[in-house]
Every structure is written in C-alpha cells, then in structure tokens.
Design a protein around this ligand. Structure first.
Ligand code: PEP
Ligand code: MN
Length: 351
C-alpha cells in the first residue's frame, strides 16, 4: 500500500471540535476557541445515529459554516463522509480532511462507493476502525481507498462495541491498532478517546495511554456547552478542559538505546528463552500423555483436569501477585495448544 504521511507538523496532531455541527454560532464559537490549539477543526454534518429519531445532523447547510471556519479563522476543517454524495459536497466546499466513520468502515459496499467518488482527488482521508474488532475489515477499507489513488491515509482508533454494561463505551482493545501499526508502520495512527470512553472524565487518561503507545495524534470531541450538545453530550469536553488535557499530557521519548535499557532487555530475553524451554518441555509431556490417552482409549479433553489447572493458576497468581485474568489467558492458550497436539496424536498423526 502506498501511503504518504498526512502533514504531521507537530505531534500529537490534534483534531478537535464538536460531535455535530448544530448551528453557525455554535460552530464559530467552538472553532474560535480552538484556534492555536487544534490542527484541524472537526464537526459531523451527516450523523449516523444508532436509532432513528435522534439528531441526524444539519447536512449540507453546515458546509457553509465550515467554510467560514476555514476562511475566517484559517483553521483547516474535517468532516465525516458516508456516501458518494457527501464526498462530492464536501470536496466542492473545500473541506480539508475527510474521515470514514466506524459504521461505514464495517460496510465494504459503502467504502467502495466513497473510494469511487474520491478517485483522482488528493484529499487526506482517515478511516475509523469498524465497530466490530475486525482488523482485516479495517485494512480492507484502507486498501479500497488506496486502490482509488488516495495515498494521504490515516487510521483512527475509536474502540470496539460490545453488548451489555461496560466501563468504556467502546472497548479500546489496543492490540488491534498496535497490530495495524505493525502491519502498516507508515500509516499515521490517531486515537479518538472521546468515542472510546463515552465519558469526558476518561478522555485525559485515554489520551495519555494513546501517547504512551506512540500514537501520532488525537481526535477529541469539544463543545462550548457539552451538556446541551445534540449528540454525544456525555463525552464532549469544553475548549478549556481540552487545554488542561493538552497541558497535562506527558510526552515520553520513543528511543531506548541507553545501556541501562540494554541490560534489562538482555535479562528479559533470557527469561523469554527460559519460558520457551519450559514450553517445549510441557508440550513434550503433553504429547507423551497423548500417546497414553490413545492407548487407553481416553478422550483428549478432560474437563476436571482443565478446572484443576485453572484453579492452580489462580492460587499461584495470588501468591505471586500476578494478574489472574491475564494469566488465565496464558494458561488457556497453553492448554489449547496441548489439546491440539494430543488430537494429532490420538488421530495417528505424529509429524
Ligand atoms: C463521530 O466521530 O462523531 C462518530 C460518529 O464517530 P464513530 O464513527 O467513531 O462512531
Ligand atoms: Mn460523536
């Protein structure tokens, strides 16, 4: 994939503004308060609402307000596009940056329609992760845009939805954007702590985590009067609160070549090797037990044995002050690999 860096003049790149453009006065008030803070002013004009009957955006009328922001305040502007018509309207109004929303990324037909409408344009486009934790779908959307000639691409991590009561509105599942970065290291990665958190109190700590994970920028929903906002009112911060967040974020350095680090890393590599050695020994034992199970006609999966292993893991975690949830994941992985090895043996495949 050919990706040009979106002009990241300063890190973090900051995109801020209300969830939705609501009126000309609201847009101009927020944007004026963001001059000197934000690199792009964001506002949604066409709002993809989960349920009908909610505020669905002001539509193309808002493009005139965005133009005022751009021309009168010299602040570049960004909005969400979900159809070919949105793309055409946004481009003819001179919108500087477009983003594809999470619900749209989940739909390849919609993304293809947007990509076709963008063919031949040199506008930067950010792609939010799909609502479901599917990295291939996220990459697929980026590829569709790239195949249409868009090279100034970036990704926005806004978390993943799930059913039921939860702490975050959209679970961060940081491993997905980090894997995206591993696969496409040149792709700028922006974090949207507003949609991950769903609550303004959590925006600061999520922004810090994103910076600690080396994200290139942040998209933060900002409104002069968040409690009265027509959409996402719980998660928006005021421009002053945004200022406090930006002042408080600690920027850490990425470089790790000091000798102090090298010494720790060396010890860690040794521990990793020891773990691998133990893992090899454990799998060897599993295979030997597998032979026995085959001879005696026993099932590979022994539920009581599994429960015992997990109980022992929990007790050990308590003694060793390890996080038992995280260690359970490790033991589950080890156990399922043992089962896989034994299934091969019971079925007569010793390779
Ligand atoms: C938004 O940015 O206001 C928005 C609708 O976000 P998402 O696509 O992440 O839900
Ligand atoms: Mn929103």
């Amino acid at each position: 994939m050919k990706i040009d860096k979106i002009d990241i003049a300063k890190r973090p790149l900051l995109i801020a503004g209300p969830c939705s453009a609501e009126s000309e006065e609201q847009v101009m008030a927020v944007a004026s308060a963001l001059v000197g803070k934000a690199d792009y002013f964001r506002a949604g004009l066409w709002k993809p609402r989960t349920r009908p009957g909610c505020f669905e955006g002001v539509g193309k009328e808002g493009l005139l307000w965005m133009r005022r922001v751009r021309n009168e305040l010299s602040l570049p502007v960004a909005t969400e596009v979900a159809t070919a018509e949105h793309v055409e309207l946004a481009l003819s109004a001179g919108i500087d940056l477009l983003w594809v929303g999470a619900r749209t990324t989940a739909n390849p037909f919609a993304v293809q329609e947007i990509a076709d409408a963008l063919r031949g344009c040199d506008v930067p486009v950010l792609v939010k992760n799909p609502v479901n934790p599917d990295l291939e779908l996220w990459i697929g959307a980026l590829e569709r845009l790239n195949n249409a000639g868009i090279t100034r691409l970036g990704a926005i991590h806004r978390g993943f939805s799930s059913y039921g009561e939860k702490y975050f509105r959209n679970a961060p599942q940081w491993q997905l954007p980090l894997e995206l970065h591993r696969r496409l290291p040149q792709l700028p990665l922006i974090c949207d702590p507003s949609h991950i958190s769903g609550k303004r109190e959590l925006v600061m700590s999520l922004s810090q985590q994103a910076m600690d994970l080396n994200f290139d920028g942040l998209m933060i929903e900002t409104h002069c009067n968040p409690v009265c906002a027509l959409s996402d009112s719980r998660q928006q911060v005021t421009p002053d609160e945004l200022g406090v967040i930006l002042d408080r974020i600690v920027h850490r350095s990425v470089s790790v070549d000091s000798s102090e680090f090298q010494a720790y890393r060396k010890q860690m590599d040794e521990v990793d090797e020891a773990i691998m050695g133990l893992m090899a020994k454990r799998m060897e034992l599993s295979r030997e037990i597998g032979e026995l199970k085959r001879e005696k006609g026993l099932t590979v999966f022994q539920p009581s044995r599994y429960d015992e292993t997990m109980k022992r893991c929990e007790a050990y975690c308590e003694r060793a002050k390890l996080d038992s949830e995280a260690m359970k994941d490790v033991f589950e992985a080890i156990h399922s690999e043992s089962i896989r090895q034994q299934l091969r043996i019971v079925n007569g495949d010793k390779s």
